[in-house]
Design a protein around this ligand. Structure first.
Ligand code: ADP
Ligand code: F6P
Length: 349
């Protein structure tokens, strides 16, 4: 007897019905799409999927350039299928992005809502991170503008989804850099500290450290100390290790990679070279995983709006797309699992 494998293509929105009834929103004719917060590789693939799915279903689609800033300033851009050509493989976002701190003020959101209504948009797709979704949710709760979120940030710090668009690409870029640094570190018998992005989150640091075989990984959820790192380096030297690489997330308290190098030097006399990868990790072509995640989420987001769902985010969990209510996503800290931290420590000995 052959066992039929479980299909992975089940209805991505089936779980949303548990949280909210479908058909909450008016009949759709015209939707808007925007990118907001930090850009991430794969945002263009998400825009393409939203635009082409919308057109496939006979909907009109308009982009807002520069996120909330563009909505407020009515920077509208009509979108068509041809305009989506040749962007699947491009990093950044063709719709541009921006930060607009004033969007935290109710009066500014009221002006934005008026612009959305006067542009004739029935609903929006927001491609961004936690902050962008907080603004999006307020547009729904205060002004009844239906919104679906697509999680896109290299930090992977969005609760409710195992992966965000851009994270895989950023980790691959960081790992390529680590491999290069290891060549020179090894040739000179040197200690290196490599700083990766992740203001509030250690996912890039952990995954990069694990894939790059780092000796120690510093990030907020990991209680490793400077003394631990020095002990680790000394233990390595005792068994003949001549070079080491430490990874530090930029948001690690109390300081950045240069502060860490200084503390290590003061406590042990070890001189460390520092390499800050920074915004390099945000650019470049998205990985195949990020392109396809974006294509799947973009398609599901339009389908969610068509079925009358809103106030929800598309998520990736256990190899599938699903939907989760925004109220269960926003403002929650997604912790790097402790067992991953322990594993990285065990394997780096
Ligand atoms: P991300 O979406 O990647 O988390 P930010 O935190 O910078 O990026 O947020 C992007 C934008 O979302 C902000 O510039 C602001 O316009 C809007 N935003 C963020 N937080 C809020 C909030 N608490 N209320 C309303 N809008 C917000
Ligand atoms: O995209 C998220 C993030 O990369 C953080 O890790 C980082 O601190 C921040 O964006 C920096 O963004 P910006 O340079 O746009 O302020």
């Amino acid at each position: 007897m052959t066992v039929k494998p479980e299909s992975v293509a089940t209805d991505p929105l089936a779980n949303l019905e548990r949280f909210m009834p479908s058909g909450q929103t008016p009949m759709l004719k015209h939707i808007g799409v925007y990118t907001s917060g930090g850009d991430a590789p794969g945002m263009n693939a998400a825009i393409r999927a939203v635009v082409r799915s919308a057109l496939h279903h006979g909907l009109q689609i308009t982009g807002a350039v520069h996120g909330y800033k563009g909505i407020l300033g009515a920077e509208w851009l009509p979108m068509d299928s041809r305009g989506m050509g040749n962007i699947l493989q491009r990093g950044g976002t063709i719709l541009k992005t921006a930060r607009l701190p004033e969007f935290k003020e109710a009066s500014v959101r009221a002006r934005a809502a008026a612009q959305i209504k006067s542009a004739g948009l029935d609903a929006l797709v927001c491609i961004g991170g936690d902050g962008s979704f907080t603004g999006a949710r307020l547009l729904w709760t205060e002004h009844k503008i239906p919104i679906i979120g697509i999680p896109a940030t290299i930090d992977n710090d969005i609760h409710g989804t195992e992966a965000t668009i851009g994270f895989d690409s950023a980790v691959n870029a960081a790992v390529q850099a680590i491999d290069r640094i290891r060549d020179t570190a090894d040739s000179h018998d040197r200690l290196f500290i490599v700083e990766v992005m992740g203001r509030d989150s250690g996912f890039i640091a952990l995954e990069t450290g694990l894939a790059g075989g780092a000796e120690e990984i510093f990030f907020a959820d990991n209680p490793v100390t400077v003394d631990d790192a020095i002990d680790h380096i000394r233990r390595g030297m005792a068994v003949g290790k001549k070079s080491s690489i430490l990874i530090a997330a930029e948001g690690r308290k109390p300081g950045r990679a240069y502060d860490l190098a200084e503390s290590i030097r003061k406590k042990s006399g070890f001189e460390a070279k520092v390499c800050v990868l920074g915004h390099v990790l945000r650019g470049g072509a998205p990985s195949a995983f990020d392109r396809n995640l974006a294509s799947r989420m973009g398609t599901a987001a339009v389908e969610a709006l068509r079925r009358g769902y809103c106030d929800a985010m598309m998520a990736w969990a256990r190899g599938r797309i699903s939907g989760v209510p925004l109220r269960d996503v926003i403002g929650k800290h997604k912790r790097v699992p402790d067992e991953w931290i322990r594993m990285a420590q065990t394997l780096s000995n």
